[in-house]
Design a protein around this ligand. Structure first.
Ligand SMILES: [Cu+2]
Length: 171
């Protein structure tokens, strides 16, 4: 094995390890499996709030969220923490700038095309769903090693006006 190959191998291993560690440090839980679902919670999104506004979960529990957008605007259901939402907001603004995300509609075709060049434009995060009015989607989440969670909408302007739900985790 030549030295360059070895070096690139070591580099790629350390990069993937960093990714794993970063995910663990986020402490938001992880994507859940359908076979592990303990409970179903229906979530309705309106302009600009969630119903319910608070979620009570037990640590280790896997929840299936059935999310429906009953508002007139595009909304996001994103499980994260304050820091992650702050980081995600510029990505959402870029989706607006690139004419993918409009107030009441999404250009999913363009979203797919642009995601090939820029992953952030695909909005394919396992911890969130982005819905147009009248759309529904399911998100399964395992609340393990999670703390300081916020469920929020990062469509530009919505977080700022308080489209945030709290998550209480019982240990
Ligand atoms: Cu919203």
């Amino acid at each position: 094995m030549n030295i360059n190959l070895l070096l690139s191998l070591i580099l790629s291993i350390s990069v993937s390890m960093t990714t794993v560690l970063a995910d663990k440090n986020m402490m938001i839980g992880s994507k859940g499996l359908p076979k592990d679902v303990n409970r179903v919670i229906k979530v309705k999104m309106y302009d600009n709030y969630y119903e319910p506004k608070n979620f009570d979960v037990k640590s280790g529990e896997t929840i299936k969220f059935e999310v429906e957008n009953l508002g007139g605007l595009v909304h996001e259901f994103n499980i994260g923490n304050a820091m992650m939402h702050k980081k995600h907001q510029p990505e959402m603004q870029r989706m607006v700038d690139n004419e993918i995300l409009f107030a009441d509609t999404l250009d999913r075709e363009k979203m797919k095309k642009m995601s090939k060049m820029d992953k952030a434009m695909g909005h394919s995060h396992s911890n969130s769903v982005l819905l147009q009015p009248k759309e529904k989607q399911v998100l399964i989440w395992k609340f393990e090693n999670a703390m300081d969670l916020e469920i929020a909408c990062n469509v530009p302007g919505h977080y700022e006006v308080g489209m945030i739900a709290t998550v209480n985790i019982k240990y």
